[in-house]
Design a protein around this ligand. Structure first.
Ligand code: NDP
Ligand code: 8X3
Length: 255
């Protein structure tokens, strides 16, 4: 049965989509477990949301690439909040815009370990708590990059095609249980994503120049909407782009 105040675990809550989801879901009365490597940021956010909405919140450091770190974070969160109902495997990144044959090992590993292994580790640790509760929802954060590959994105696109595959598999594996599985797949959204990818704030700003990209709150709203639908309704996949982005390769820019 749907809990009155679902307990939602979000990785990558120190920035962008994860922080926006925390804010929107706290306003809905959800209790929160917020994790990222920059633990001080998630602690400040958790304290603010507890104060503003009277929810319970757990904040912790987690590196989703590391099994021990993920397991410790998930177990501490569940113990502190009394269980878990919703997992948002949001932590992820792109690193560089290399052609495939130029991709350094460091960037290859950063993307595959975070976007694939980190997602598996997070969901693997969290699923027993959702099954115990008998009600749950797992959110993957895919991308348009998991629908349409582009030059300079071979590894990132591969990782997001992988996210799409994992969401499909998990939905099959959980069929018959009250655990919904959704992949929210955004196009270009202005967060710290391009700053991390390009390691240059001027180049990052240029990615969005002349367009009106998605905001982190637009994407958080997609998660909130899927979560609040009746229990028998499962949104498998939500592909969401700003109006200016007709496709990965066609973006309208104003002068
Ligand atoms: P941000 O860079 O703003 O946020 C990324 C978050 O992931 C940060 O909180 C970061 O926290 C966290 N993170 C990264 N690596 C790790 C790690 N190893 N362990 C724990 N946390 C980690 O980007 P977005 O909010 O835009 O990105 C969120 C997700 O959305 C990603 O999966 C991204 O691929 C996806 N996405 C983004 C789009 C965009 O255009 N912005 C479009 C489509 C999908 P910290 O550094 O503190 O650990
Ligand atoms: C992020 C969107 O277009 O940079 O997933 O791949 S894009």
């Amino acid at each position: 049965m749907r809990p009155e105040h679902p307990i939602v675990l979000i990785t990558g809550a120190s920035s962008g989509f994860g922080a926006a989801m925390a804010r929107l879901l706290a306003a809905q009365g959800c209790h929160l477990a917020l994790g990222a490597r920059r633990a001080e940021r998630v602690q400040v956010l958790a304290d603010e949301l507890v104060q503003a909405h009277g929810i319970k919140a757990f904040a912790g450091a987690v590196d989703t690439r590391d099994t021990a770190s993920v397991n410790a974070f998930v177990e501490a969160a569940a113990a502190s909040l009394g269980g878990l109902h919703v997992l948002v495997a949001n932590a992820g990144l792109a690193s560089g815009t290399y052609k495939m044959w130029e991709t350094p090992d460091e960037d290859l590993e950063a993307m595959m370990r975070t976007n694939i292994e980190g997602v598996v580790k997070t969901i693997r640790a969290g699923i027993p708590h959702l099954r115990k509760a008998g009600w749950g929802h797992v959110f993957f954060i895919g991308s348009t990059a998991g629908h349409q590959p582009y030059e300079g994105g071979s590894v990132y696109c591969a990782s997001k095609f992988g996210v799409k595959a994992m969401a499909h598999s998990l939905r099959l594996e959980l069929n018959g249980e009250q655990i919904r599985v959704t992949s929210v797949d955004p196009g270009m959204a202005e967060t710290e994503f391009s700053n991390v990818r390009l390691k240059d704030d001027t180049k990052a700003a240029a990615v969005y120049q002349g367009t009106k990209p998605l905001t982190a709150f637009d994407v958080a709203e997609c998660v909130r909407w899927c979560l609040m639908l009746p229990d028998h309704v499962n949104i498998d996949e939500m592909l969401v782009k700003c109006l200016d982005q007709a496709s990965v390769h066609k973006v309208h820019r104003r002068a």
